[in-house]
Design a protein. Sequence first.
Length: 415
Amino acid sequence: PSDKSSGGGGGGGGGGRIEDGDGGGGGGIGDMTRSDSSSSRFFHSIDRDGDGILEKPEMESFVRETIGGSAFDTSAEVEAGVDQVLESLDRDHDEGLDRGDVLAYWMQLESLLTAEEVSEWVVHSVQLPESVGGIFLEHHVTGYDFPELVDHNGEAIEKELGIEKNSYRKKILRHINARMLGIGTVPTPPQSFKHTLESCSAVSLSWSKSTAKGFPVHSYRVQRRAVPLHAASPSTAETTTNGDDSNSGNGEGGVAASSKVMVCDAAIDTSQTYFPACVTGTDVSFTDEYALACAGEDSSVPEHGKTKIVTKPATGNTSAPSPPKSSNWLTVYRGGDNEFVDTGLGTGNTYLYRVQGWNSVGRSEWVTLDIARSLKKQRCTVIDKTADSKPFSGVLNRPRRFHSGDGYGWNIVQT
């Protein structure tokens, strides 16, 4: 990505130039290039005396007339907002912003606002329908396009993006002008993210409200991620590993004395042969319904309810299947309240949640919560019994040859 203006962003005053005139510029929306002429017109719309410096009274007038809204409808709010801009952007602390100050900020903004991020920003910060965010994504709008979008009172928003609704265009103009000036801050991350497990299918979530300068926090987004119990992820299964999943064996004889203790979790079908994928270094208790062992030829039945697992090294070209992957993050709540009840939990999974705050500037960092311990405590992690999944306490014993090679598998033996 590049811009058509001369120079870089370093050094106060002369570190970079936003060119005057209508000559330079990008080729259109989505070209990953900042338009020189549009950038220059934005700067001059604030620099009313034309001296090349955005002074405090000029910025205050721009905020009142162009941004406004309930966040800046008093003189005190406008003054505080401009003071925050000067604190953030004025690199040489001369109580004014020269073109180098503005350019340096824009270069930082452009690197942060990808097409996906701009699309999300339109939906969650500007608070427009997802269909409008989809238009921005379809046209690959990034932070580089902001000067062109506000140029000529937002002409490109209608003509190039095809957004005809006047109220939408006004909201987009207001928010982009605010972003380009640098007024306001993103929210602080929500704190005290807590949960109460109401049942195995419902959990109550709550968090403290985020704060921000300039624009208030208007909404929160909560996402959920399901993790299968047999994915054996230390962060979700609440187990730890030694960071070593290699097996120390002694050829095709008995199980080596130094074999790792391992864990598997699966619904058991006694008519099948299993090649379980296990995680090393763990000793866990299973439910009363199931006990499962990955065992070698000389293994004995573990005590009921607790499974210590040892392995015999495989030979040939067989390998255990990879554990199921966690699901993608799913948005389950979007709104202004700082509490929410999720009734979409199911058995066979544990769950992670994350929450972030949004205002007109952008979003906070995510804060994550793992409810696995509570699910386990209330026995919500018991795998449902089905016709093909039977209560069983025993070992996977009796190695046998695998058809495609010399690897070892295990049959389930009732005990």
